[in-house]
Design a binder for this molecule. Structure first.
Ligand SMILES: [Zn+2]
Length: 185
């Protein structure tokens, strides 16, 4: 399964590793190796990070806490203290190493630094009252994304993953309705 980085923020992309959260949820992070692959694929994180069982469990706790706070933010509710404790605790972890070389930027750090970075990014996003957070318009998707479009008019998390699927389904439904219409003659 390929990971999609279309949420506009790595913390939301982490949350989206559970698909169809209100239906038959699919968790793309089934084992520590999956998280290692996700970290390698995610921009702004080091390529080679070893994830052990403890940091894997911490990552899933962080992911679900960010999701909970994101839903609260979407609903305009107060943040639950338990969610805040998880995210703020992770954000207090070590910083990623950043080095400049002729080859460009090199990032380094362990799993705790990666989780701290994701937690800080989630905090920055959730604290920004002007950030336009939305849930994808395709009901089964449930991905929350940051809408940076002018006027906040984006409807789908991604055109390929969801927009085109919904449009194709609507087209098929129209065709079906047209066929089933009684013959005017
Ligand atoms: Zn979607």
């Amino acid at each position: 399964m390929e990971f999609a980085f279309v949420s506009g923020d790595p913390a939301l992309d982490l949350v989206a590793t559970v698909e169809s959260r209100r239906g038959a949820a699919v968790d793309l992070l089934a084992a520590p190796e999956d998280l290692e692959r996700w970290i390698r694929a995610c921009d702004g994180l080091p390529d080679e990070v070893a994830v052990d069982a403890a940091s894997f469990a911490a990552a899933l706790r962080l992911r679900e806490a960010i999701y909970r706070l994101t839903l609260e933010r979407l609903r305009g509710d107060r943040f639950t203290p338990a969610g805040l404790a998880v995210v703020n605790g992770a954000a207090a972890g070590p910083a990623l190493g950043v080095e400049l070389s002729d080859a460009g930027l090199r990032l380094s750090g362990g799993a705790d630094a990666v989780l701290a970075q994701l937690a800080r990014q989630g905090i920055t996003l959730l604290a920004d009252r002007l950030a336009c957070l939305k849930e994808c318009g395709r009901a089964d998707c449930t991905r929350v994304y940051l809408d940076r479009s002018r006027g906040g008019r984006r409807t789908w998390c991604g055109m390929d993953a969801c927009g085109n699927r919904v449009k194709a389904a609507a087209y098929r439904a129209r065709r079906r309705a047209a066929r089933e219409e009684p013959d005017p003659g």
